[in-house]
Structures are given as C-alpha cells and as structure tokens.
Design a protein. Structure first.
Length: 378
C-alpha cells in the first residue's frame, strides 16, 4: 500500500508543513509507505508551496492591510524567469488577528510589492490572491504604485472601502506610464482561489464581505461601491466584463490586475496541482490524503480540494479527507461524486472553535488515531 499526502493549509490554525508532519507521523507508526507534496490555491501558504518546489524565498518591506509596515516574503523561480507574490503574505486578513476593519483595510501593499520587485526583469509575474483583508476593488494597488484615485473634488481618496465609496476618477495618464515602466513586456498571471466575479449575488461583496467584517448592510454598501468602481474602470478598459471569472478574488484584486494591467486570471489550485506533479505521483490504487480547513460551498468554487478529487477519480485512487469542519450538504455531494473512503474532522473532538484553532495539531493527531480504519489504505 502507498499513500500520497497533498493538502492545503487549515486557515488560521495549521500550515501545510504542520499537517504533513502530523499525518506522516501517523502513517509511520502504522508502517505505511508515503510521500508528500505541498499544495496551495493562491491563498495563504502559496509562497511556502513555491519554496517547496525549489523557488528562492526573498524578503521585502511593504504596507500591511492597515498601512503598517512589515516584512513580507516573495519567491523567485530556480531559472530566475518568474517571480511570485502572495496577497495574504503582504496584506492578508491574518495580520488583523480577528480585529476586522473592512472600511479601512487596503490592498496598497500589493502595489508597493509589485513596484519593489522590478517585475520587468522577469518574464512572468504571478500574483497569488486569496486571504486578503480588504474589499477595495484593488484600488489600493494603484495607490501603492502612486497612481492617484480622486474624489469629486479632485482630492485623493483614503485607502480601503471607505475611500472606494468616494472614488470618482483615476489618473489614467500615470497608470499607463506606470504599467509600461513596471511591467514592460512581462506577462502577468493572477492565481485565484475562487471563480467568483466582482459583482452580483456571487460577487466579492456578497460572497466574502461577511468574512472581512461587513454586516448585511455593509455588503450592500460594498456592492454599490464596487459597481461604481467598475464604471470608472470601464473608461480605461471598455472590454471588461461584470461576470468575468475570478475578478471577485481578494476583494477585487483579481479585477484590478486584469483590468488595469492585463493579467490573466487562472485557478491557483490547478496551477499548483500541475506544478507539484501530483498527477505523476498519484497512481491507481493509492490513497490520496487531502483536505482543507473548512469544507463548504466555496470548496466547489476554486479551492484546492476539487481538482485533487477529480484527479483521484481519474486514477481510481482512494481519498481520505481531512478538515477542521464540514458542511453536511457539501460533504454528501463530495462522497457521492468521488472515491472518498473516510473523513477525519477536527470538529468531531467536540471542542469549541477556540480550542480547535489553538490545539489543531494535537487534535488532528488524536482524530487520526481514533478514527483509523484499515480500509483507508487496503
């Protein structure tokens, strides 16, 4: 019997490396041969996944979500032709430590990061989006590049959703100049952790506003601000579409990179599955151990789990799912569609959310031991 571990982080509690270590220890105790790969979806942990693939980790100083300076990592490919930045690492929601500020949080640091790494020296720039704190339509990226966004009185708006609500005009002349100066002939690719568009019922405000701290009324305000931002942006790029896949990622960062800088938007999970060579490592009759922190409807919209499950089905492999918790409806659907032989949930421990987050490593080990069935690997 042989096992492949390919798992994304459990957001806020366990990194890919920590999960792999716990699972590897469990498998070793049962004398089960196994190997592992780091997987990401474009959100938290993407730079870690790149470094596991042999990319060189580097550091820069950028503004966090509330404009506080901090060190952030980025990665350069072994051949030096590609560079990757991670939104969650630059201005992610993790830096707010639960004190959400949806009207003040900004994507400004992403613009600063792209300015610092001298992107025109690379053939391809990868922007890993997901895990953001902001819902500013990517306006902060322009501000971080010192491209003015003005209100009706010709004054620069403040960063964040509060500023986006007052946005009236973009300095397109400076935008064109900066785009050429920074990117030249380099290609840009957004690695998105969701397929949702910028606007509408499945857009950035409706789908992700709550997790960024918006009330229902706040989500309506954000939707209106994003619609106005779309109209302003359309003056620069008349070809943009309201329902374009992935433009709702990271509070609209995907939209800004596509609209203003011509970045292509791709599935981050598909990218990492291909780069990690999971397809070559996973063979018939193997067991794939995979999962994510929370399995719910968003699992089906661009997260890492879905392409791995599809691959396991193609290869006639078994799947053992790991998760912090799971929505029953989504789990029933996955069990019906894919060769899942078991599910290990941290929530089965009966502990509250705070304990689950703080003791996730121990609880995962305990749940693996208590749930173990030979059929998982037979």
């Amino acid at each position: 019997m042989s096992v492949l571990i390919a798992v994304d982080k459990f957001k806020g509690s366990l990194s890919q490396s920590e999960i792999i270590e716990v699972v590897s220890n469990f498998l070793s105790r049962h004398q089960i041969v196994h190997s592992s790969v780091h997987i990401a979806d474009g959100g938290d942990g993407s730079i870690d996944a790149f470094t596991q693939l042999g990319w060189q980790r580097k550091t820069m100083t950028v503004s966090g979500p509330l404009n506080n300076e901090h060190k952030a990592d980025y990665a350069v490919s072994p051949d030096g032709n590609r560079v990757a930045v991670e939104v969650a690492e630059i201005c992610g929601i993790k830096y707010l430590q639960g004190n959400l500020k949806p009207y003040l949080a900004s994507s400004r640091g992403v613009g600063e990061a792209l300015s610092q790494i001298l992107p025109s020296y690379f053939q391809e720039i990868l922007i890993c989006v997901g895990g953001s704190a902001s819902i500013d339509g990517g306006m902060g990226i322009l501000q971080g590049m010192r491209i003015s966004v003005l209100d009706r009185n010709g004054k620069s708006v403040q960063p964040g959703l509060a500023g986006l609500e007052k946005a009236f005009e973009i300095d397109f002349k400076t935008l064109i100049s900066k785009r050429e100066e920074l990117f030249g002939d380099s290609s840009l690719k957004v690695l998105s952790d969701t397929s949702f568009p910028l606007l509408g019922i499945h857009g950035a405000a409706r789908s992700f506003g709550r997790q960024k701290g918006l009330t229902r009324f706040g989500q309506i305000r954000a939707e209106l601000a994003l619609r106005r931002w779309f109209r302003i942006s359309k003056e620069f790029n008349p070809q943009i579409e309201k329902k374009k896949t992935g433009t709702g990622s990271a509070g609209g960062i995907g939209f800004a990179m596509n609209t203003f800088f011509g970045a292509n938007i791709e599935s981050g999970s598909d990218f990492f599955v291909a780069e990690s060579r999971v397809g070559k490592l996973l063979t018939e009759k193997m067991t794939l151990i995979t999962g994510e922190g929370r399995i719910d409807s968003t699992t089906l919209s661009g997260k890492t789990l879905l392409p791995l499950l599809k691959l396991a089905r193609e290869r006639n492999s078994r799947v053992l799912l790991l998760c912090g918790s799971a929505d029953a409806t989504t789990l029933r659907y996955l069990r019906k569609e894919f060769p899942i032989v078991g599910v290990v949930k941290l929530s089965n421990s009966g502990e509250g959310i705070e304990v689950l987050m703080n003791r996730a490593r121990e609880i995962l080990a305990e749940q693996l031991d208590s749930s173990y069935q030979e059929g998982w690997f037979a």
